[in-house]
Ligand binder design. Structure first.
Ligand code: SF4
Length: 239
């Protein structure tokens, strides 16, 4: 068993059949990852009492973005639930949420002009995710679609595992020695501050953005050539 388990929030439909049509989502990477993390499953639509199966929800562009089911605006209910949930969730390391959903979708949620889901106008984030971003701007928030990109996947794994490992690592100077290469590649400027003061605030600064594509692929090439001594996450997650 891997030593440090990040704690992440996941969309419940990755593990339970709670989608609007009574199905669940089968994603190999997500299922592999769940063996190595502690996870909190949540289905915001079930939590606000919509049941399974349920009629579809539509994301509608008004002055702001709203969600509707059968012509009824259920945005306030969803926002109240989201705020209560996020406020009380405690110390977590990231989010893995179902793509394209009007609630959970990190990207790709279809947006319409009319309350009944007619007149498609584009894609954006779901309503729940918008609250997640407000509460946890420093944490990685990804979906299974974005994680198909190797560079996004390596950033996500490094961010959740380095952050959780740091919090439970006793000798912080030794942590820096062990993972210096990754920390420098994330952010050289913040790495310098972190070296002087290895605090939680400073590691958050280092890890608050994804690696550039070039740097993520550089790390992957080092892993391929077996040039990395200490990887903070299980190798099988990227093989
Ligand atoms: S995407 Fe989110 S709201 Fe939709 S079924 Fe999955 S967990 Fe529930």
């Amino acid at each position: 068993m891997y030593k440090h388990k990040p704690k992440i929030v996941i969309s419940r439909c990755y593990i339970d059949p709670v989608r609007y049509d009574g199905n669940k989502v089968n994603e190999t990477f997500v299922h592999n990852l769940l063996k190595f993390v502690e996870y909190i499953p949540i289905c915001p639509e079930v939590e606000i009492g919509l049941g399974v199966p349920r009629d579809k929800i539509f994301l509608i562009k008004k002055d702001t973005y709203r969600i509707y089911q059968n012509g009824n605006d259920i945005t306030d209910k969803m926002e109240i639930f989201s705020e209560n949930f996020l406020r009380n969730i405690g110390n977590i390391d990231g989010f893995l949420l179902k793509g394209k959903s009007p609630s959970c979708g990190v990207t790709g949620a279809k947006t319409y002009k009319k309350n009944d889901g007619s007149e498609f106008i584009g894609r954006r984030s779901g309503i729940f995710v918008r609250k997640v971003r407000n509460y946890f701007p420093h944490l990685p928030i990804e979906d299974e679609i974005r994680l198909k990109g190797h560079h996004i996947k390596i950033s996500f794994l490094l961010r959740i595992f380095l952050y959780s490992t740091f919090k439970s690592w006793k000798d912080k100077k030794n942590f820096i020695k062990e993972y210096e290469i990754f920390l420098r590649l994330f952010n050289e400027k913040f790495f310098k501050e972190f070296s002087k003061e290895p605090s939680e605030k400073n590691i958050r600064n280092i890890l608050k953005r994804n690696l550039s594509k070039e740097r993520a692929f550089y790390i992957l090439s080092l892993i391929d050539k077996k040039k990395i001594k200490s990887l903070p996450f299980p190798l099988e997650l990227i093989k």
